[in-house]
Design a protein around this ligand. Sequence first.
Ligand code: FAD
Length: 512
Amino acid sequence: MVVVGGGTAGWMTAAYLTAAFGERVDITVVESADIGAVGVGEATFSDIRHFFEFLGLAERDWMPACNATYKLAVRFENWRQPGHHFYHPFEQLRSVQGFPLTDWWLRHPTTDRFDVDCFVMASLCDAGRSPRYLDGRLLEQEFVEKDGLPSTIAEYQGAQFPYAYHFEAHLLAKYLTRYATQRGVTHVVDTVREVALDERGWVSHLETAEHGRIDGDIFVDCTGFRGLLVNKALAEPFVSYQDSLPNDSAVALQVPMDMDKDPIRPCTTATAQDAGWIWTIPLISRLGTGYVYARDYLEPEEAERTLREFVGPAAADAPANHIRMRIGRSRRSWVNNVVAIGLSSGFVEPLESTGIFFIHHAIEQLVKFFPATGFDPQLQEGYNSSVQHVMDGVREFLVLHYRGAKRADNQYWRDTKTRAVPDGLAERLEAWRSKVPDAGSTYPRYHGLPPYSYNCILLGTGGIETLPSPALDLIDEKPALAEFQAIRHKARALVAALPTQNEYFRRMREGS
Ligand code: FAD
């Protein structure tokens, strides 16, 4: 197997496949020294812990090597109005008497913060806490051992973990390069000049600038937005999502940070702007930040100026990385003997940090559908439909953020209310006007996140009216009110007990 591309996608793929198949699959990674990786993509989604566990990597080893920090949530700022914020945390939503707590909160709002009332993590984020105690114990153990919130550890071991990570993308690629090459993966640093096809239209080999011909049976296209194999050589069409997600550009900065002074928030922050939003990702060494915007509404120079003003003097010397984003997906990611993974397969804007999640999901599917005994169209079909399902679902979820955002103070934000929405979302939006989503089958397209994510965005962005179940009028509210109190109580206790992220990582650095 030949993997073309040595960005996050290329090395995650090589490392995972070598962990899965060992020496039974021969893997070569070809990575150009002249064509850079995209250089962003540093916030993750909580499933990523499965990836590191699968590779057998311990946090104490890989995290310091990648300047990594913990992430408990995405913090959305100013999506409703200036000064407002809410969290979408990695925490299961509890139910009381069969109804999700957000449902109860709508019926009996005890405060104006649904996130703080329904999730412990929101308070931890507000207080900048680490999910680990200074002795290295995990917050999730505490949840289970003490008050039983949530009730079983299985809740965390399924789709959701209580936290994800931020890390420096290029350091992770380096770390995984070492991991993979130590396990037998061949690393070729060279640029692919030509992708040769056989008479069936399958890739027969690659021609490189200095290493000549490289043969393979399966080729994994991890060449980023170029889609060198899947889109260029095999001419697989690209299905754009831009009619519903118009942000097509970004400008990114790497800003120096002093962990003794600057807070390391345990969340990715997405701050709404006039033509998009700015991400802030706190690492041990620096902040990663960038403005994701739509070229139809904003010029790159103006975006960069806004970003620099937002960050302040610390950004003065940081060079800007301007990126054109290809929003959508390849019609099929697996075509003939080429499997596209990463940006070549598809991308939506990074609002919920799903780019690396797409990669991880695709690799897991590739292992499941791996053509070990020859190419079977059913395997290919199974793989493609799983990848498409996830990307189309995330697209829909992201559209909800804009549709739901209460702000409509300029043309960019007004247009988010009238733009076409993906199939099915319009009906769901209509249904949610009468009743907040609950666990169930109404959201079949959003793989990977439970329905509570929809609740968070609906309640947080505030622009779409949604109502509690009428049945709650007939049910005793005391247990739900007690649950709100228990969450507040639990959050207070944890805020008192847990160190800040700064303190936690300072201690780790000092080895105490
Ligand atoms: P790239 O990083 O572009 O790597 C492409 C590789 O292909 C490079 O190594 C290059 O050398 C190689 N290559 C290209 N052509 C050739 C050739 N001819 N010969 C040999 N090698 C070649 N995801 C998240 O999960 N969280 C985030 O917070 C996040 N933020 C993002 C912000 C922005 C603005 C963008 C654009 C993306 C973001 N993503 C995020 C997505 C994430 O960055 C990508 O999913 C991830 O970096 C994977 O990229 P890649 O490896 O597919 O492509």
